[in-house]
Design a protein around this ligand. Sequence first.
Ligand code: PLP
Length: 455
Amino acid sequence: QHTPTPRDNFLRENNGRHQIHPMTHPLIIENRPPRIIVKGEGSYVTDIDGKTYVDGVGGLWNVNVGHNRPEVKAAITAQMEEISYYSSFAGTVTPPSIELSAKIMEMTADEDMARVLFSANGSDAVETALKLSRQYWKLEGEPERTGFISLKQGYHGIQFGGTSVNGSTLYRSAYGPLLPGCYQVDSPWTYRNPYSEDPEELAEAVITQIDRLIQHQGAHTIAAFIAEPVQGAGGIIVPPASFWPRLRQVLDKYGILLISDEVVTGFGRTGAMFGARGWGVKPDIMCFAKGITAGYIPLGATVINERVFAAWQKGIDPTGFIMHGYTATGHALGCAAANATLKIVEDEDLPGNAGRMGQRLMEGLKDIPNWSSLVGEVRGKGLMVGLDLVADKDTREPIDPGKGQGEMVATFARDEGVIVRPAGPVIIISPPLTLSEKETDKIVDALIKALRRYE
Ligand code: PLP
């Protein structure tokens, strides 16, 4: 419940007037100010008008343990009682980052991970991964290996490196010139591709494209391949099961590093602890953020494996200094939040629950394309689910997001008490991983009612 206060009037008057919101035009926000969310509890959030919703977005696919968890709050406040921040630059460190680094090494032992560098966001984690992979090759005596390959529809955050490897021109076009030597190949996307409806044939077609690109550019110019185990912001694209194992093989053929961007998929969202582990693949570098602290405090982490770390173990040389890191590296509150969050993720087997509730969600939604004129496909893995909205079901041409159909469905769903996120032509569902059966069914019910109303 939200008790109205005099502050509410100030909030309503100033909302959307001074702040630039991500991924929108400032004038749009001014005319359509965002909903003010004032409270959260478990899988629910409450807005300033006192209306409560199931949080089908999970904050921004990060509040994996649910809102307002006493354990996470207690860990943060206990750390605040000691010290909120001290630098990792001054030959100093605070206890939570030591604990978190050990925990991450324990959790990624199967991936042979060796070291972690902390930051504040997913975009930082990606930037760190790209920079460390270039430095790795310099240390290995192959300084020409500076290029990166990524997938179309991929999303890797908003810094210049991440923007350069993003797989949608939407994120790139306003900000060039970007990094040279970045190449995007087709996404292994069964619903929309020019190759094959057969998943395995499709995977092979994309692998062949990657192989040819590497041969054409020269393996000696490529540092790393970066991808999300399940593409998120680009529209919830689940690759065929053979894609990641074959990707690992083709990269190994040329010695190219594999960076798994686990900012969304890390710590359980796909039903496995890590997205790449779900595909049976060991990356060289993993990027974490979001779910690592369930959003309670921002934190990013970039983890490198034994192979990558070996380049730094040859001895101390000026070229091996890691001239990279953030004021927020090892932030005591972020790391305290992460320690408490990861304990919940393990104790409550949130990957297991994400797998089960994801199946229930897909089961509940799967019939929609049979009657909805708008939904072409429902797809997902674990608690990353997308409804692909089409202008034409036969050609699978996506809707024009500018026409607002996705927003309309999301508004109707909100009227039914569930928040979902229209992202371009896809409605994304990414609730907390603690979601119950009842809450899962409520999301299904609200979406069905919203889409029926749209008809
Ligand atoms: N990588 C992936 C796969 C993401 O989905 C995101 C954000 O959604 C990022 C990186 C960037 O993370 P942040 O917004 O925390 O900088």
